[in-house]
Design a protein around this ligand. Sequence first.
Ligand SMILES: Nc1ncnc2c1ncn2[C@@H]1O[C@H](COP(=O)(O)OP(=O)(O)O)[C@@H](O)[C@H]1O
Ligand SMILES: [Mg+2]
Length: 376
Amino acid sequence: MLIVKDMCKEYPNDQGQVVRAAQHISFEVAQGKLFTLLGPSGCGKTTTLRSIAGLEKPSSGEIIVGGRVLYSSDRKIFIAPNQRDIGMVFQSYAIWPHMNVFENAAFPLRVGKVKYSKKQIEDKVLRALHAVALDGLESREATKLSGGQQQRLALARALVMEPQLLLLDEPLSNLDAKLRERMRFELKRLQRDLGITTIYVTHDQSEALALSNEIAVMKSGHIMQLGSPREIYEHPANEFVADFIGTTNFLKGHITSLSERSGYFNIQTPIGNLTAFSGESLRVGEAVIVSVRPENMHLSIERPDTTNVLQAEIHTKIFLGETLDMQVKAADQIMLARVHPNFSPHVGTHVYVHIDEEKCIALSDTSASSQTLKIS
Ligand SMILES: Nc1ncnc2c1ncn2[C@@H]1O[C@H](COP(=O)(O)OP(=O)(O)O)[C@@H](O)[C@H]1O
Ligand SMILES: [Mg+2]
């Protein structure tokens, strides 16, 4: 449905230098899917989205929507934004304060090239307002809507033209935390019900994990990893992704031998030996970082009868409601474990930490690649 091929975009900055905002961006999104560009501020998410919308002209690459080439540097094609059949909602979703709900949603129909009859406009607007559950509020002044309702109105205005592709740039970031979580699920439901192909931009990894069919994690203008939320969470391609996508524990170590299980490696760390999975082809002696999510650290008082067990002691407890975060200490290393609140040993208690081999992810330690350890 959407194909972005090797797209690059640079800007000149105030000092006359070149900012490489998007570099060799390539991805494809299937019809009806929600695809997320995720990354820290300044990594090039908005630039990528605006290039798809035609609000920026890339320096090279190709953008194809539904088989139609919207941009191609090689073929010298650039379709104007209003000819692209794309709906967009920005972070600052300016609704028109002097218009009521109906007129806000009708706005794109009134200013567009195509002239619609009064009846057509009414039908389309009511359908869009119904989709975002604002029906009945047509004559309300837009400024009298709550934050969440204004957000939905902005969405209705993007949907009213029935675009092939919907682009959402941090659409929830102006809402308070509670509303943001609720809108997250509403958005997902709406997107699925309408079956509209959507590109979603956010710097919030939990939002990305909750909403997306597929995620591109970006850093400094580049895509660092493309994959399903589960793939990205469970098998981060590098340290940046592992760190960015959620809380994780990092253990430095080195490979002592290959495990019998294909894709698994035996690793020596300062707090004990572990067997871990890696998607990379690591070599014996290579320095690695083992990434373990807090929820995969299973604590027990009795030694479990299995492998991949470390010894530690309870260091600090942080109660979070549904879960209990516990810092455990082993050698001089502090690690975070997320446990059920019923399990609550005192600070200082000796515990065993069991981690499934599949949940230990070994990543090549790029910071230490020049000082690979020799195993005798
Ligand atoms: N119009 C512009 N002129 C110059 N630099 C820009 C412009 N727009 C964005 N940039 C720069 O490009 C980089 C990527 O920006 P952006 O795509 O907005 O990132 P994000 O949306 O991920 O926060 C940043 O370094 C930003 O400062
Ligand atoms: Mg942005």
